[in-house]
Design a protein around this ligand. Structure first.
Ligand code: FES
Length: 83
């Protein structure tokens, strides 16, 4: 299924890019911009963003690495501990 009509990106392209990025770097945060770059393309109109994100969320490799979760909360806890 074509997700991005401007750049002719399919759901399989997105899943392949996510799987490739996760295999190359298990700690990377995967964003739509990184997927576009990995595919050698750039976003144009942005109309595909909701479907693009929905497709990304279907991929089990998209998960944020455990040690990178709740960084904002951890930062807030550090501030509170210093007071
Ligand atoms: S449909 Fe994806 S950038 Fe236009």
């Amino acid at each position: 299924m074509i997700v991005c009509h401007c750049q002719n990106i399919t759901d399989q392209d997105i899943h392949s890019a996510i799987d490739w990025m996760r295999a190359a770097d298990p700690d990377t945060l995967i964003t739509p911009g990184k997927i576009y770059r990995a595919l050698g393309k750039t976003a144009d109109c942005g109309g595909c963003v909701p479907l693009f994100l929905g497709t990304m969320r279907q991929n089990p490799s998209l998960e944020v690495p455990m040690h990178l979760r709740n960084l904002r909360g951890a930062t807030q806890e550090n501030r509170n501990a210093r007071r």
